[in-house]
Design a protein around this ligand. Sequence first.
Ligand SMILES: [Zn+2]
Length: 341
Amino acid sequence: MHQKDYTNVIDLRYGQDACFGLGKEIGKFCVMTMEIPWRITKNKLGGNPEIVVFVETMEEKWLNSICEQMPEFDTIVGIGGGMAIDAAKYISWKKGKRLVSIPSILSVDAFTTPAAGIRRNHEVDYVGVASPDPLVIDFGIIRTAPPELNIAGIGDLLSMHTASFDWAHANLKGKSEFPYSSSSIEKANKILQMLYGLLGDVRENTDKGLMAIVQGYIDLNTICLPIGHFRVEEGSEHYLFYELEERLKRPFVHGYIIGLGIYIMSQLQGNNFPFIKEVMDEVKLPYHPSILEIKKDDLLKSLLNVREYVKSRPKLWYTIINDTEITEEWAEAALQGLHFA
Ligand SMILES: [Zn+2]
């Protein structure tokens, strides 16, 4: 499958043992990975890597020192979650070498995005451009991950439900930062409809369900990369998460907390909340604060502050949050169906 013109993924290979023997067809190769993904992949992959690097950090200095120490090679193979894949993307870009991505989990979309998320003095930055050739979706490997973490991959796709609404809302108010594109919104809706038809498969981590997530990300790229922004996918649901992250100063499983954002912001938008809640429940996306270990008091504070938060950050796009006052009564009611620890 060649789709270079439309998305970042040059070639896609998938199947129960899709990475089998790949190590013998990619010339001299180096591996960026972590212990567990490497353990479950190395025998399947075959071949003899020039070097296997266990990714310790995404600090630019460390990545550059790894780059300098690398022996001659043709291909860099990223095996694992977001960090290992992003580290491989970075090295592919720096060295101008072929990239092979083998995600071991679908919880984040690093394997379909062109830029690598690195850290410069602890601040996240997205740098470079790298395209997997091929992206390898090995169902056998991905199913060794906890199923709910693969389900988490759907969070950044279901966010199109609220983010697309925010973009349309901003446009109506004359506040859209980008030329409004109803065809982008339509395409986003098509991805959502595809997913709604496969919720049971995603929940059960079947081949079809795992591919639905991967295809969803690839199709999302075909909308977002040509127009240069992810407005159909990122909106108020993400902004609540940014506020919470700054407030609580700890990481979350991205798809879970985006699910919580969708739960709350679809209510603020008056945007078919019962339906999208039903979708998240059917697919068993864990979004309850009890799982995220967020206390009710913190979430309430976050909701009461989120409008000020986005207003003080001009880089954030115009969403429903800009236009709606969140009162304590509203927040209490919006959180009513959520489970807290
Ligand atoms: Zn996201």
